[in-house]
Design a protein around this ligand. Structure first.
Ligand code: PLP
Length: 325
């Protein structure tokens, strides 16, 4: 095991350990977590991008295998499961095929930052005992709610762990972090984490049921295995033939953040995510508030563009009259 200052340290340490600057490359599968490319850039390592398959956001195994066969300078493949921003767990069989690549001699890195929100049995952590070319990263920043203590871990073969650990600055995990992490992993506090995850999963299901009822919300295009959901925003309500729109998604993002103090992530510029917002699941109250504000912000946008549906127009009028009465 390697323990780092967040799993971001493991992402960077792997690059420094296995890539020669200016020569080697990493493979990533967009849309994905931005830190792989940030760390690669900082270390003067270039990227080979093999997009995820759409729909479903699963690995394009033949394209990944071809890319790895063609370029021996690719030393690491960063895969994110559940994906950020996709929310989809990657199929194990696909990852196995990459681990079994006939000629490529690099390392498969599976980033499981959001694994605690996924169904039991989704993690590949135990596979590191079997595969010497696998690294599985996890973190206390997500389901444990401890992003501030900065603690992440990478599980891997002892040979790789030894290299990663020897790169570390001495004593780089502060003692308070270490003590809080140990406490978080005791049965009592694991119970707290599981209880929180259960309630987030309930609210995730609620959002999945309620979002399609909001005029202007389009398809749900990601997976259901994380604490966020990826939804399209449309340029008009669905029944008026609305199409995914970055303009609407940005309008919603800004309207919610600036006027309502509700922050979601705009992901419309990522591969396969046109018009998308990544919506983090909150508490019951937060979800109530989000749904209410989202309906208002979208209706305001459509009102301005003259695309407010008749039903919504009538509802708004009634609400306004009720306030006056
Ligand atoms: C997919 C993914 N991996 C890793 C991280 C890094 O988390 P940390 O460095 O806090 O452990 C994040 C944080 O947003 C993430 O989304």
């Amino acid at each position: 095991m390697f323990v780092g200052v967040g799993s971001d340290e493991a992402i960077d340490a792997l690059l420094r350990a296995f890539c020669v600057p200016g020569k080697d490359k990493i493979l990533v599968c967009p849309p994905t977590y931005g830190m792989y490319s940030v760390s690669a850039q900082v270390n003067d390592v270039s990227l080979v991008k093999v997009p995820l398959r759409i729909p479903g956001f699963q690995l394009d195994v033949p394209a990944i295998k071809d890319a790895l066969s063609e370029d021996s300078n690719i030393k690491l493949a960063y895969l994110c499961s559940p994906g950020n921003p996709t929310g989809a767990v990657l199929q194990k069989e696909n990852i196995k095929q990459i681990l079994e690549h006939e000629s490529w001699n690099g390392i498969v890195v599976v980033d499981e930052a959001y694994i605690d929100f996924a169904p039991e049995g989704s993690s590949l952590a135990e596979w590191v005992a079997e595969w010497p070319n696998l690294v599985v990263m996890q973190t206390l920043s997500k389901a444990f709610g401890l992003a501030g203590i900065r603690l992440g871990a990478a599980f891997t073969d002892p040979a790789i762990a030894r290299i990663l650990n020897s790169l570390k600055a001495p004593y780089n995990i502060p003692n308070p972090t270490s003590q809080l992490a140990r406490a978080a992993l005791t049965p009592k506090h694991l119970g707290v984490m599981r209880k929180n995850v259960k309630s987030i999963v309930q609210q995730r299901n609620r959002l999945l049921a309620e979002m399609p009822k909001v005029p202007g919300v389009g398809r749900f295009i990601g997976g259901e295995e994380s604490n966020f959901l990826l939804y399209e925003m449309l340029d008009a309500p669905m029944e008026q033939g609305g199409k995914p729109s970055n303009e609407t998604a940005l309008g919603v993002y800004e309207g919610l953040a600036e006027d309502k103090g509700v922050v979601v992530r705009f992901r419309g510029k990522e591969y396969g995510c046109l018009g998308c917002l990544r919506i983090t699941v909150g508490t019951e109250k937060e979800v109530d508030r989000f749904l209410e504000e989202l309906r208002i912000v979208l209706a305001d946008i459509f009102k301005k563009s003259g695309k407010l549906g008749a039903e919504e127009e009538e509802k708004r009028e009634k609400e306004a009259n009720a306030v006056v009465a």
